[in-house]
Design a protein around this ligand. Structure first.
Ligand code: NAD
Length: 424
């Protein structure tokens, strides 16, 4: 792999290495010239912050966080903020790059960003978490703003986190700025349908994939890895559309029942117990067993690098719907493609989240709010159109669906770059 401008190459197999490898392959297919390749494979700007938080016992603890803007050519940057003990700058760079291509795939006027803090939020009290969030928001406020960079929830962050960020930013400005984040509570400018939008998008794109093979949700069984914002909603909506959800999992392990799981009961179990562990309506399985469980649709909705080459051989599903970002390694991708598995790639499958975030931002800027019917109808239209554009690209270029999605997104960003020209 060609080194980055600082002479480094990310460790082979890391998420950033994967993102760059995918980009290089797409750039070859698109025949991008060397200058454009170099421009698009580098992040535009990166901020690392190290900041103190007063803990409940009056001690001080230092935390490290990041915000990366990958590309701003098509508009302000958009991307989630995650709280996780293994967050690192390379991972955030990769996720920011994927956000650029994702926004372009669904053709919304954003560039890509991502942020994260190295922290296990389960170890912090709610007060500590609030102080951490407000301080991190202040630290990244030199990059963040409704016209420049608009964060959203991601792993281990939620509506409450966004409300604190919005409030912090607004306090500094002296007036309310709802459009600075999306995924906020409805009471402060959040949008109808935002909470369920990523999961709904997983359902819509999977439904279109099933249609292409002459199937509907009533014909299929589904296994979902991850039971958070994306996974639990995807499971719930696919189940409502007629699918039988045979297995789900979270960080505590999985639950399976070949006859189908009661998703409503599972959700209330998680509300009460935080984790799936101990749910009585199925048998306990490991996360690895979930990925190879007998089902038609496998929806990885947790973290990166879950379907590895070791697992891919044993995947029994004929559809993989990537609710998570980067859940499949490149080696596993080849194995799945060879087996004829229909992969709905992440930057298409989970793009419902950013699309509805865009709706929220537009509504906040106009202070004029849409009905849930308007939101759902617009989300449906955009995702179905993007899905078929990706499929047409795969057919035309004779490439896999992931490469087709990458090519669609990258070409739109390259064209926008050419149209704007290089400053000065
Ligand atoms: P979340 O924190 O709400 O949920 C994550 C879930 O994954 C939890 O149930 C957690 O227990 C589980 N999990 C963690 N480690 C696991 C492991 N090793 N094995 C199995 N399960 C594990 O996060 P989320 O917002 O649902 O995000 C999930 C994925 O979807 C991430 O890749 C994220 O980047 C992506 N994504 C999220 C959104 C969004 O709107 N939230 C949008 C697009 C993509």
């Amino acid at each position: 792999m060609k080194p980055l401008s600082d002479g480094t190459i990310p460790p082979e197999g890391s998420v950033y290495w994967i993102a760059l490898k995918q980009f290089d392959e797409a750039a070859d297919i698109l025949n991008l010239d060397d200058g454009m390749r170099d421009l698009l494979r580098h992040p535009k700007r990166e901020l690392t912050v190290t900041f103190p938080v007063c803990m409940d016992d009056d001690s001080l603890r230092m935390f490290t966080g990041y915000r990366v803007h990958h590309n701003t050519v098509r508009g302000p940057t958009k991307g989630g903020i995650r709280y996780h003990p293994i967050v690192n700058l390379d991972e955030i760079r990769a996720l920011a790059m994927w956000m650029t291509w994702k926004c372009a795939v669904v053709n919304i006027p954003y560039g890509g960003a991502k942020g994260g803090v190295i922290v296990d939020p389960d170890e912090l009290s709610i007060h500590e978490l609030q102080r951490l969030t407000r301080r991190f928001a202040t630290e990244i406020s030199i990059l963040m703003g409704p016209e420049g960079d608009i964060p959203a929830p991601d792993v281990n962050t939620n509506q409450q986190t966004m409300a604190w960020i919005m409030d912090t930013y607004s306090m500094h400005k002296g007036y309310s700025v709802p459009a600075v984040v999306t995924g906020k509570p409805i009471e402060i400018g959040g949008s109808m349908g935002r909470l369920s939008a990523t999961g709904r998008g997983v359902m819509i794109t999977t439904r279109e994939a099933l249609k292409m093979r002459g199937k509907t949700f009533s014909d299929v069984t589904v296994a979902v890895q991850g039971f958070g914002n994306v996974g639990s909603v995807a499971a719930e909506i696919m189940s409502a559309e007629g699918a039988t959800i045979v297995a789900v999992s979270d960080a505590s392990g999985g639950i399976a029942n070949p006859k189908g799981l009661d998703i409503t009961a599972l959700k209330s179990h998680v509300v009460q117990n935080k984790l799936l562990k101990g749910f009585p309506g199925g048998d306990a399985i490991t996360n690895e067993e979930l990925l190879t469980y007998k089902c038609d649709v496998l929806a990885p909705c947790a973290l990166e690098n879950q379907i590895t080459s070791k697992i891919a051989d044993r995947v029994q599903a004929s559809f993989v719907a990537e609710g998570a970002n980067g859940p499949t390694t490149p080696e596993a991708d080849i194995i799945l493609e060879d087996k004829g598995v229909f992969i709905v790639p992440d930057i298409l499958c989970n793009a419902g989240g950013v699309t509805s975030s865009y709706f929220e931002w537009v509504q906040d800027l106009q202070s004029f709010f849409w009905t849930v019917e308007e939101i759902d109808e617009r989300l449906e239209r955009i995702l179905v159109e993007a899905f078929h554009q990706v499929m047409a690209g795969a057919e035309k270029r004779k490439v896999g669906k992931r490469m087709a999605a990458q090519c669609l997104g990258i070409k739109r960003v390259a064209d926008a770059t050419t149209a704007r020209g290089i400053y000065p």
